[in-house]
Design a protein around this ligand. Structure first.
Ligand SMILES: CC(C)(COP(=O)(O)OP(=O)(O)OC[C@H]1O[C@@H](n2cnc3c(N)ncnc32)[C@H](O)[C@@H]1OP(=O)(O)O)[C@@H](O)C(=O)NCCC(=O)NCCS
Length: 127
């Protein structure tokens, strides 16, 4: 997907150094540039953790976040990971629910992290 300029401050720190070298200075609107990130951390053989979920501000609401989570789910399946969790900001709960995560009963109380409240959410039985 093509977006006008690669300047989003939320995305920049989320990208790897390799991507930064390739993309940070692209000025031409015809170039293809990354529009989002998501990372699967392998916690152990059965559990993964989703992190660095960000979509470039100009292209939010176009199902890119959903596609990123779907790609992450496929990657988890391929690795034999059964369950994925995340620690998401409270105002993102609706997004994560729509793409398949749930707050479980014992995690209904949000907890503080990085100066804002977060929920722990799970996607169970991925594979
Ligand atoms: C959260 C974020 C990744 C969503 O990405 P996106 O590409 O805009 O999301 P999608 O378009 O794939 O949305 C999928 C569904 O979730 C819904 N949704 C998106 N953001 C939502 C929110 N904050 N609350 C409730 N629902 C939300 C969409 O309406 C859509 O619903 P639909 O399929 O019924 O139409 C994006 O807003 C973002 O990068 N935000 C800033 C960084 C951030 O907060 N990251 C998460 C940190 S915990």
């Amino acid at each position: 997907m093509v977006v006008p300029q690669y300047t989003n401050l939320h995305v920049l720190p989320a990208l790897t150094e390799e991507y930064r070298k390739k993309c940070i200075d692209i000025p031409d609107t015809k170039e293809r540039i990354p529009v989002g990130t998501v990372i699967l951390y392998r916690v152990n053989d059965q559990v993964g953790k989703l992190g660095r979920m960000v979509v470039l501000s100009g292209v939010r609401g176009m199902s890119i976040g959903r596609k990123l989570v779907s790609a992450l789910q496929e990657a988890a399946k391929a690795q034999g990971i059964k369950d994925i969790y995340l620690e998401g900001q409270v105002n993102k709960r609706g997004f994560y629910q729509k793409v398949g995560f749930q707050v479980e009963k014992e995690d209904e109380e949000p907890f503080p992290a990085r100066s804002t409240s977060h929920y722990k959410m799970w996607m169970r039985s991925v594979s």
